[in-house]
Design a protein around this ligand. Sequence first.
Ligand code: DGL
Length: 272
Amino acid sequence: MTGPIGVFDSGYGGLTVLKEIIAELPQYDYIYLGDNARAPYGNRGFDTIHAYTLECVQHLFQMGCPLVVVACNTASAKALRTIQQKDLPLISPDRRVLGVIRPTTEMVGTLTQTGEVGILATQGTVTSESYPIEIRKFFPHVKVHQLACPMWVPLIENNEADSDGADYFVKKYLDQILTDAPNIDTLVLGCTHYPILTKKIKQFLPGGITLLSQGKIVAHSLKDYLHRHPEMETQLSKNGVQKFYTTDDPQIFEKLTNIFFGATVKTEKINL
Ligand code: DGL
């Protein structure tokens, strides 16, 4: 029995990652699940994010996914380790769940010349300290500066990313992190929603700073993982089919998919 790769996010953000994964690995089947009914996850507590993420991951398992990518930094930061180490061995020891933070931290230190890196993320990701902890493992000398940008996800989810109103909050957070840490030369968009603001961010970002989105990094890392794990790769179905599910109203979801995925996609509702 083979099955699709599950891709999960609190809402729309994971679509920016799925788009790049499909570009890199178009042969596989994919199921996307956005937990829009309970998004945003960004300011929620550890237990809540763990419970929501586990429920969604289990649902993707029930739909036949041998492998799930948690394409959400907040869920990767606050739930992934517990799911991998405590839950999986009990509920589904042969399935795998991967996140988006590890692949990003594995390479970010190779890009900085100044040795100072900025992480823009949700409050949950920042307070988890996952980025500084993981980056230290690979690049102990790199200095990590983090800033929570709590207004960015609501702006994006409300389709305001290109509006004049977005200027204020984009500039505010960029000014803040660059005032606190003027030597940063690499800035990570540590939330899968944030690539939607790329155009705006570049408008206000001083030259010489590399802006890093995760989609291509995660896609590359997944390809590498499947190469190293043939026992998982052979469990994946390969018909090039993609299916999209949301826990909220699919008509609302479909309206914004074009912004995140570059195409409007037919979506079905899931009741967890
Ligand atoms: N896309 C999620 C992330 O990467 C955050 C969105 C949310 O706050 O739910 O962190």
